[in-house]
Design a protein around this ligand. Sequence first.
Ligand code: ME8
Length: 572
Amino acid sequence: MLRPPVRLPPVLRRAASTAGPGRRLLLSTPIFYANGPPHIGHLYSALLADALHRHRGLRGAGPGRLSTGTDEHGLKIQQAAVAAGTSPPELCARISALFHRAFTQAAISFTDFIRTSEPRHCQAVCHFWAALQEHGALYKGTYEGWYCTAEEGFLPESQLVERVDAQGRPCKVSAESGHEVHWTKEENYMFKLSAFQDPLLKWLRDNPRAISPDPFYQRVLCWLGEDLPDLSVSRERSRLQWGIPVPSDSTQTIYVWVDALVNYLSVLGYPETHGEWWPAAHHVVGKDILKFHAVYWPALLMAAGLSPPERILVHSHWTVRGQKMSKSLGNVIDPFACNERYTVDGFRYFLLRQGVPDRDCDYYDEKVVKVVNSELADALGGLLNRSTAPGINPSNTYPCFSETCFPKVVDYREAEALGRAAAEDYEFVVSVASLPLQVASYFEDFQIYKALECISLCVRQTNGFFQRHRPWKLDRKDPAEKLWLDTIIHVTLECLRVYGTLLQPVIPHTADKLLSRLAVEPGEREISSLTFLPRYNGKPCPFEGRQLGPDTGILFHRLESSRQHQIENKRL
Ligand code: ME8
């Protein structure tokens, strides 16, 4: 059987529909409640958005923004401040600063960090409220129902279960979160959500990629097939003081979710400058807040005369050793401690490599150590170390590729007769050549973990290639052997250059170290202009003959096992 000709794409084509030059995009994380410190779930949302934002930037896909921040109003924060013996503004300032520090430490490249207590946001919310009112989307009515403060929402009976409280009294709790609900009856402003059932269905049917991954899209379609009651969008001020008053009715406070969702417009300068960006927005959210983003938010936007966001990218939850992360179980994982224990890049890599948006993922220390050690320290770091070792590459240069040793062939079976490369070398080189496009397409589909899986597989194949040809056995003094030895190193460094370039959105510090070692200049690190092994296609390689960058030591230090780590900690 004749195999397909071995062709390498010379330059990565601009991938995917949304990557046109000059196209703007706002990527956002949820804004997190300022009632407790950040945990790894919050960090995961921020990492997903950050990796997408960085990848887009390196693809030259057009101006981008990345927003994050803290959600500071509402009953939940008001009560948390009382419990902490402080005032809401003080509590919010302290917790918000923690989120800011955690995200800065984790190299989240946010362009805006919004706090909902800022005047720019309060102005945007008031304007948005006025737009709803102008369009006749609000009315005043009496609302009664079960309110869950932890979730800041009313819940129908179908989402409640009976329990007993700490004093042994029967109570009702949210089936989803386990938090207690309280019967609430108030005069509120209501939003005509029911009027948006058909427009929402039409929006989703017309935009099958509006909510990813698909199971979440299907879930929203299901919700929209059921009754869609109107939504209470304000609370009596006497019960909730910590929030934005309804303009023109100071007896009412705007519902915290309406307040919070508008943050995506505030960061774009609503109501003045948002039009330059909106609706080019992709919201990264956890599955717990899907209904707010995929039903309430698009309906509110339509009611205010705006379009729904382009995409909602949903991820599932991290559990810890199989259990839900919760303060009461005392198993909440602190991102500051993780960054210290595993390094910023190590932990970024773990969460993005192991986090699968469609399903919950489990975190435990041994797993992080295993993944990071085997893929970053051993496979990637080992490959760099072996291919740049002075014994193998004494001139410390990017050596030349020999077309005689690795000739261009149409059929792999010819390969060995013509040069020194084997059929499997051609197969491996083809998989590396297709990697940039594959990675771009996985990023586009919100499957960053799959992109990392592909890169990891290629790294393993490159180690196999290197091992198979035992370059350390080749005699540099023999001209024919030297050509082949240089070619092996050239191909390996080309692979490493591709991996370093593609890994920048995920492990920015390590990728920088790797690319600097390979003497890849800052202007040569764009994914949009990434070429692989141009010499195979008879094109010049700008790196050939270049002096490598300085050896700044091991690319990624192996992490200690948790037992070793505990022993070390005891010693301190
Ligand atoms: O809901 N695993 O804020 P929040 C993964 N303020 N991600 C998790 C997680 C876990 N175990 N736990 C939380 C709010 N998250 C609102 C949002 S947006 C306009 C307002 C992440 O502090 C995930 O993104 O409760 C989830 O949706 C978010 O944190 C909830 O954060």
